[in-house]
Design a protein around this ligand. Structure first.
Ligand SMILES: *[C@@H]1O[C@H](CO)[C@@H](O)[C@H](O)[C@H]1NC(C)=O
Ligand SMILES: *[C@@H]1O[C@H](CO)[C@@H](O)[C@H](O)[C@H]1NC(C)=O
Ligand SMILES: *[C@@H]1O[C@H](CO)[C@@H](O)[C@H](O)[C@H]1NC(C)=O
Ligand SMILES: *[C@@H]1O[C@H](CO)[C@@H](O)[C@H](O)[C@H]1NC(C)=O
Ligand SMILES: *[C@@H]1O[C@H](CO)[C@@H](O)[C@H](O)[C@H]1NC(C)=O
Ligand SMILES: *[C@@H]1O[C@H](CO)[C@@H](O)[C@H](O)[C@H]1NC(C)=O
Ligand SMILES: *[C@@H]1O[C@H](CO)[C@@H](O)[C@H](O)[C@H]1NC(C)=O
Ligand SMILES: [Cu+2]
Length: 569
């Protein structure tokens, strides 16, 4: 009897000890995961640029906004209070938001906007991502001033796949208007013409030496001779792809859009709006001052663009000469340099691309013109209004509720799921497109994907109005870029040349001007996910669509319940 008791208690102890052991293992492996709490107050604040003080919309009065920092595996809880006079939403650009589409942010896609005086708390976890991302407003064109860096470090104790830099510097490239951005938007929506181009580019909020009234505030980055720094460069510009360079300094590219790449060296990088690039820079030049510069890579023919140059200064600690050394940037239309750069990007890790394709999609991306009665609301080229489309559908955002809510709550009449999988009319996409094909139709069309399906999309630029390099961004995912080229995509010729070994992993891809890019991803994140051109004027004209990714099996493959404070419409 006594022996039996001992045996029983040992068994209990064993179960008990096992439970403690499991709890210890769990707490050990999660010990380093943290939750970061922030309050973001969206509010107007006076900012002086180009000789003029204006109220702009900011987060916590800061421009650029606060930098968010976390490690892979951490969570964020960000309470956003709208103290501004506009509706607002925030988007955490590049964060996958696994099963938490409610925290993604694009207005009327995954949520209704946070109205003035209201608040909403974004809750999300970082899962298997590290590198540089960013956050920005995703309502109207407020992201012109509402943006900041989002830096994800590796898990505790995990090194970078390159020598530890001595210092890390976030560099946010932006675009500045001398006027309230909402009035720029309103005017172009009214007239149907292209919006006014920006008055300056900025580096960490400052235009720099080459602009009026800006010299004193030029952004400076201090380095010590011999040290290596990691520049986390983010193109936060509203409408413009940008070249970036540092005078006399070689840049070693190590990451893009929160994915590492095989390091390579270049003097110039090019980023579309939405993209990020991490580079290592070694201060190995004579102690001095060197310009860091950014300016347009503008590919639309005969379209006006902001032809100015933003500068910052890289300053050695023991510099001698006062005058910074000027940087040389490519011409605004130097596609050869842009292509030479982008074609070098290859993933650090290899061999993860699937080859069986379940969904083979072909989407055209491009502009369009809508004919209208001559008058004040018809000031686009030759009595038209500008539009843009994918597969000839110019995307219309709903107003009554968000797409995700309509899907989740089974509200009819908000969208249809008949987005075409191929262009409704095949034509010579990059050739001389007949004028009869220029006017798109309008609609809120989604494309439905089965959970877990392997998706390939050919993104094909068109020559309608003009060919142009479009930075296409997919929410809720990152994707492999298996191929890129010029002209019309030719499946027989081009498929054979795909890189299925070490293609770059990105969340935003510049579809080459008059060319194509092919991306692949596994539809493993249920929800409604916007895919769109990250040039905001193009998105406003309709250059977007959305995927509806269905739930899989069980809770872990299904959209989580909406948060109780999700803003109402
Ligand atoms: C756009 O530019 C035109 C011409 O410079 C100017 O008259 C107009 O006021 C500008 N519009 C806005 C909203 O800044
Ligand atoms: C842009 O400005 C530069 C001078 O800063 C000038 O040489 C060039 O012609 C301009 N290009 C265009 C397209 O306006
Ligand atoms: C770039 O633009 C200039 C005119 O400003 C033109 O002469 C040149 O041919 C263009 N280059 C390319 C590659 O389109
Ligand atoms: C506008 O019309 C003129 C004259 O017919 C033509 O040369 C030009 O290409 C047209 N522009 C557009 C954008 O259709
Ligand atoms: C484009 O096609 C139209 C007819 O569809 C023709 O009038 C025009 O000359 C062509 N332009 C070029 C550059 O081939
Ligand atoms: C787009 O649809 C409109 C309306 O149906 C049509 O007139 C136009 O030719 C189409 N264009 C293309 C490129 O399919
Ligand atoms: C703000 O959002 C609400 C809810 O969707 C909408 O009714 C209202 O029209 C929006 N206001 C503006 C100025 O867009
Ligand atoms: Cu675009």
């Amino acid at each position: 009897m006594a022996l039996l008791n001992v045996i029983t208690s040992m068994q209990q102890c064993n179960i008990h000890c096992f439970a403690i052991f499991v709890a210890m293992i769990l707490s050990l492996s999660f010990a380093s995961a943290e939750t970061h709490y922030h309050q973001f107050v969206v509010e107007a604040a006076p900012v002086k640029r180009l000789c003029k003080t204006r109220n702009i919309i900011t987060v916590n009065g800061q421009f650029p906004g606060p930098t968010l920092e976390a490690r892979d595996g951490d969570s964020f809880v960000i309470n956003v209070v709208n103290a501004a006079r506009y509706n607002v939403t925030l988007h955490w650009h590049g964060i996958r938001q696994m099963r938490t589409p409610w925290a993604d942010g694009p207005e009327y896609v995954t949520q209704c906007p946070i109205q003035p005086g209201a608040s909403y708390t974004y809750r999300f976890k970082i899962e298997n991502q590290e590198g540089t991302l960013w956050w920005h407003a995703h309502s109207k064109w407020l992201r012109a001033t509402v943006y900041g860096a989002l830096v994800i470090y590796p898990k505790l104790g995990v090194p970078y796949p390159f020598p530890m830099p001595e210092r890390e510097i976030p560099i946010l490239l932006g675009e500045w208007w001398d006027r309230d951005i909402i009035s720029v938007l309103r005017q172009s929506k009214f007239t149907g013409a292209a919006p006014n181009v920006s008055d300056a580019y900025t580096i960490n909020g400052q235009p720099g030496d080459l602009y009026r009234c800006s010299k004193k505030e030029t952004t400076k980055f201090n380095v010590r001779s011999g040290e290596t720094v990691l520049l986390r460069i983010i193109n936060a510009a509203l409408d413009q792809e940008l070249f970036f360079t540092v005078a006399n300094h070689m840049l070693t590219v190590v990451g893009n859009d929160a994915a590492y790449n095989k390091p390579f060296q270049t003097m110039v990088i090019m980023l579309g709006p939405g993209q990020t690039t991490n580079v290592l820079l070694t201060a190995n030049q004579p102690a001095g001052r060197y310009y860091i510069a950014a300016r347009a890579y503008a590919t639309a023919q005969n379209a006006p663009f902001d032809n100015t140059t933003a500068t910052a200064i890289l300053e050695y600690n023991n510099f001698l000469s006062q005058r910074p050394l000027m940087a040389t940037l490519p011409r605004f239309n130097d596609t050869a340099t842009a292509t030479a750069y982008t074609s070098q990007v290859r993933s650090l890790s290899s061999g993860k691309v699937f080859t069986r394709i379940d969904e083979n999609l072909f989407f055209t991306v491009g502009l369009g013109l809508v004919n209208c009665q001559p008058g004040p609301r018809c000031q686009g080229p030759n009595n038209t209004r500008f539009a843009a489309s994918m597969n000839n559908v110019s995307f219309v955002f709903p107003r009554r509720t968000s797409l995700l809510q309509a899907y989740y709550q089974n509200i009819g009449g908000v969208y249809t799921t008949d987005f075409p999988r191929v262009p409704p009319v095949a034509f010579d996409y990059t050739g001389n497109v007949s004028r009869g094909l220029w006017q798109p139709r309008f609609g809120t069309k989604l494309y439905k994907l089965r959970f877990g399906s392997n998706v390939q999309i050919v993104l094909q630029d068109t020559a309608i109005v003009s060919t142009e390099d479009h930075p296409m961004h997919l929410h809720g995912y990152h994707f492999f870029v298996v191929g890129q080229g010029f002209g019309n995509f030719n499946p027989r010729r081009d498929t054979a040349r795909f890189n299925l070994v070490d293609p770059p992993l990105r969340n935003t891809i510049n579809v080459p001007v008059g060319g194509w890019a092919v991306i692949r991803f596994v539809a493993d994140n249920p929800g409604v996910w916007l895919m769109h051109c990250h040039i905001d004027s193009h998105l406003t004209w309709g250059l977007g669509m959305a995927f509806l990714v269905e739930n899989g099996i069980g809770e872990l493959q299904s959209v989580a319940a909406p948060p109780p404070d999700l803003p109402p419409c």
